[in-house]
Every structure is written in structure tokens, then in C-alpha cells.
Unconditional design. Structure first.
Lengths: 209, 209
DNA sequence: TAACCACGGGTCATATACTGACTACAAGTC
DNA sequence: GACTTGTAGTCAGTATATGACCCGTGGTTA
């Protein structure tokens, strides 16, 4: 039936509407102060409908996080290009660029991931959700780790703890992205954000040689 | 309830989807050959849903016509500006311009009105629908009639049958609009459509003086 | 001419989606 | 420790959508 496709489309749209509303309310109020009623109201549905699409308030949070991370992972995997042969430095540059892309194209997800991962996140969600989020995050970092390990094997990077090095790169880039959101800081630094971003990547790469 | 507004919006959207589908199918197949099943399919709903929103196949046609005419009447009334004082010629120019606007902004309605009003329309619909459509059409023409009568009263137009003059203007403009849809004819004439349109209006007005 | 059949307008019992008043309970307040 | 408040989560009731079906019409064949 032609109808089938349309109905599924509409269902997915409603789901997304609810997720978007939840994201906004969580960002504005924080998870604890946010109420399911206000999410429902923002999404223009009844509370019952929210529970028709998501089993609990926490699962709204989990879906936001996991879908955001899934999107990021998509960007990273494509950048890494596992089935192409690229040298380690090239891979790192591409991964860094992908992260910037994610930041620019999915600003909501990015902001949300950043906002959630501070404060008492561990106590907020079930151990299960916590584990899933942790695993997805690690999976992201792993693309970077893999590129660095490749560089060590190839002899172009000096020997070091790859995970630690990956974390350094990640933290560095976060710092630059954070700066992008603050015009004042940007002006203080006096460099356009993308030059700064590129410089940051190159600096870390040089440090790894 | 916040929900209320959204639900009414969605209902109206569905209604419009069905109307649009009906318009397309009627134009492609003609009223008789068109089937309600194919309209439902195009609108991605079941036949039952079509009958939930419209009571019959004919009422689909009637709504398309009457809503199209209502839109046109809106343009005309605004152009005539009953509560402002304008001279007759200015009113005619504005009415002509409004008709062009309608043609450009509501091409679907325009095409549909043109297409339906030939062939065996009278036998196709109930006398009731026929009367309503006729009345709405006359109401449109009446704005033109009124402007011409005003010109006669003011002494700027020579005495004539206002209705007949209005029909002349209308037919003239239809001719130009028809031409607009045919690039070849346009090229033959060698004048840009809006110059032609303006000329046509001015010619008729001059003829009325 | 009569028997048949395919088509398509219109119906309605059923299925799906949505609602919001309600319950239960946790966290504060006196 | 009783009492209030606020909110996560439930469910009986309602609104909306579906498509198998009914039935008349107009065309076809014997």
C-alpha cells in the first residue's frame, strides 16, 4: 500500500519532533528540572504520546546521546576510510576535519553531547545507558587511536601511548571548537577559527612525529 | 491545549493533500475517467479517508473550483479597494494586474479553472454546484462591471453595456495569459508578455473612453 | 434481448494513533 | 511523622484512518 510508506514517514517525523523538543527542554532546564509534560507541550503532543514513542524520560536522554554519537561515528568512519590506503597523518587530518564538520552541520547534537558530559551524568542514568554511551564514545576515539597506531607502526610517529595521544588531540580540538562559540575569545586570539583549527591539528601531528 | 492547534493544522494539511491530488488527477484524466482510488493513491491515503474529508467525488471538484474562485475573488476585491476612492481607469488597471498576479501566484488554480470551464461541465455537476460556481464567477466579473459603471457615471467612459465591456476585457486578458503559456506564440508576437498585458489593458480602457 | 461481467463510487466494521485525567510515589515542608 | 506538592508513568476513552466489501451502471457477448 502506498499508505504504508507515508504512515511510517509520519511516525518517524513525530518521533523526531519529540526528540527535538526533549533536547531543547533538557538544554534549557537540565535533565532533572525538565518535565515530561513540558516536553510534550513543546512537541505539541500529549504526555501519553511521548510514552508511546519512548519508554521513559531517561530513554529520551539515552536516544539523544546515542543518536548524536551515532551521527558523529558516521562522520569519523567516513573520514578514516578504512578500505582506502592513506598514511597516518592524512587520516588524522581527515578525522579532525570530520569532527569540525560534525560541529558545523549538527550543532544541536554537538552542543547536547558537550552539555551532558559534565555534571552528575553517571548518577543520572542507568548503568546500562551509561555503558552504551561510554562504548559509543570510545568507538569514536578509537578511530583516532587507530590512526595513531598506524603511524607508530609505519615509523612516522614516535612511540607513545596511542590512547593518551588520541585524547590529547581530541581535547585540543574541543578547546578550539569551544573557542569558536565565543566571539570575544576569538577576537582575543586574533586568528580565524579555521586557521586555528588547522594549526591545532598540525601542531599535534608534529608533536607525534 | 497546545495539541489542539497542531491537530487542526494537520487535518487541514491532509485535506489540502487530498485536494491537490484530486486536482492533478482531474487535470490528467478528466473528471469522468479519474477514479477516487487513484486520487487516494496519489494522496497516499485510503479511499475511506478521502470520504472522511469530502462527501463525494463531485464535491472534490466543487471544492477545487470554489476555493480557486474564492482565491481569485480575494485578489480582485483587494485590487478594487472598495473603501478607497480611485478613478475608474485606475481600478481597471489594478483589477487587470490582480488577475495577472493570480495567474502567476496560483498557477494550479488558474489552470484548473480554465480547464474545467470547457466541455460538458454543466452535465458533470449537480445544478446546485453549477449555480454556486456560476455565482462565484459572476461575482468576480462584477468587480470589473462596477469599475466600468463608475467610469460611465463619472463621464470618463462612453455609454455602453458595462457587462459586455467587462466580458471583453476579461476575454482579452485571458487571451494574453493563454499566450504566456506558449513560448512559440510569444516569440511570434515578439513582445514580452507583461508589455503585451499592459498594452491589452490600456487598449481596452482607451476603447471605453 | 437477456445474461453476464468489470469497474468504480460509496460504506462501515475494524485497526491504529492519540489523549489527558488519574495513580503512585518521591522529595520537600511544617 | 503527617501533610503537601510535583511529576513520572498508566490506561480507558476518543479520534482518525483503513481497505474489504456492497451495489448500481454501462459495456460486452451469446
Amino acid at each position: 500500500m502506498t499508505t504504508r510508506a507515508r504512515r511510517e514517514r509520519e511516525k518517524e517525523e513525530r518521533r523526531q519532533t519529540i526528540l527535538r523538543a526533549a533536547r531543547e527542554v533538557f538544554l534549557e532546564e537540565g535533565f532533572h528540572r525538565a518535565t515530561v509534560d513540558s516536553i510534550a507541550e513543546r512537541a505539541e503532543v500529549s504526555k501519553g504520546t511521548v510514552y508511546l514513542y519512548f519508554e521513559s524520560k531517561e530513554s529520551l536522554l539515552a536516544h539523544l546521546l546515542l543518536e548524536g554519537l551515532a551521527a558523529l561515528l558516521g562522520y569519523l568512519e567516513e573520514a578514516y576510510a578504512p578500505d582506502r590506503t592513506l598514511d597516518a597523518e592524512e587520516r588524522l587530518r581527515r578525522l579532525g576535519w570530520a569532527y569540525l564538520q560534525f560541529f558545523q552541520r549538527e550543532p544541536h547534537y554537538f552542543r547536547f553531547l558537550m552539555a551532558v558530559d559534565r555534571g552528575r551524568f553517571r548518577e543520572t542514568v542507568s548503568p546500562q545507558t551509561y555503558r552504551q554511551v561510554l562504548e559509543a564514545s570510545l568507538e569514536g576515539l578509537n578511530w583516532v587511536v587507530r590512526a595513531i597506531e598506524q603511524g607508530i607502526e609505519e615509523g612516522s610517529f614516535h612511540c607513545c601511548d596511542a590512547r593518551q595521544a588520541a585524547a590529547t588531540l581530541w581535547a585540543t580540538l574541543n578547546g578550539v571548537l569551544e573557542l569558536m562559540a565565543h566571539p570575544l575569545r576569538q577576537e582575543m586570539v586574533g586568528v580565524t577559527p579555521d586557521v586555528l583549527y588547522r594549526t591545532a591539528i598540525e601542531t599535534v601531528i608534529r608533536g607525534l612525529r
